[in-house]
Design a protein around this ligand. Sequence first.
Ligand code: SF4
Length: 373
Amino acid sequence: MIYIHVPFCHRKCTYCAFFSKVESGKWKVESYVDALLEEMRQRRGEQDHPIRTIYFGGGTPSILPLSELGRIVNALHECFDLSRVEEVTLEANPEDLTPEYLEGLNDLHFVNRLSIGIQSLDDKVLRMIGRRHTAQQAIAAVENAYRTGFHNISVDFIYGLPSEFHFWHHKVADLSSIFNFQLVSHVSAYALTVEPGTALAVQVEQGRAVLPDEDEVVGQYERMCRLLADKGFAQYEVSNFCRPGMASKHNSRYWDRTPYLGLGPGAHSFSLFESGSTSVAHVEKRRWNNPDGTFEEETLTEADAFNELVMTALRTTRGLDAAQVQDRYKERLHRMMQPYVDCGWIAVLGERYCPTTEGLLHADGMAAKLFVE
Ligand code: SF4
């Protein structure tokens, strides 16, 4: 699988700590694409697994003009065997998804899944967090995308935002008149986190933004889970919900620890290699535009690999497969999982420890207890 990082945004959202720059001119985007194509050509040999998914993430990939996206698509075809690709996702912001852009995107015959960053359907909140779109634009973007032929649409929301009024306070009946869930096949919903160094962190510190307390955030999460279940979405990860068969193939492979090639500034790659009888995760980080083409490499220890496995697996309903765990940690794992099984946070299916709905709420806490040094 391939991840392509597009590091540009129209402007910085107040809560965002992702690596992105405010786009400052056509030439910047063009030189980014030139460098990306060069990187693809240099690294084409590193992808030794069949490519089944491609993901354009950011930043804001929909900032790319169609002509530049077309250049990237051509280079991908030139550099990689794409005959087995099943899913190509493009992250998009609602204001970019005009009917013309959507038509052009459809004409590329490449992207077959859109992930649209709606975040909130409250214009006041959207303004407060620095988003450029309105609720109406978000709804129109989803409707236009569906009408254009994109029938695998994921939407992103954030809960726990600084406001008294919030999307997830609505009753199901009210929501149906605001947002047509029939048009989307996937929902990602993330709890707001206040990252140091962001504008939001400053606002919170100065008392200009007031965050809901923990009970309210948990309440919003539970209302959201109930609402999405009513609408026919099954939860398959702490933050991800889908209609039957519509889970994100790309993200599911991350959680299964499938190797991937990350391209673009700051993108990580991940590969596995055998060391003696043990699979060792091997993570490499590539520095963008480094003139000598070098990149940072990090080899995970057995403990790191175990911790990473526990952290990602316990956030999914597929759960943690004890068969994937190194022998030296197995006995400890069984012993430490038993209390969670007893209290109903974990169900045991064969060799798998699968979080229940209640358990998903405690996934990070359970994982932290299991970490080894
Ligand atoms: S659009 Fe996305 S990546 Fe860009 S600043 Fe906002 S949250 Fe960050």
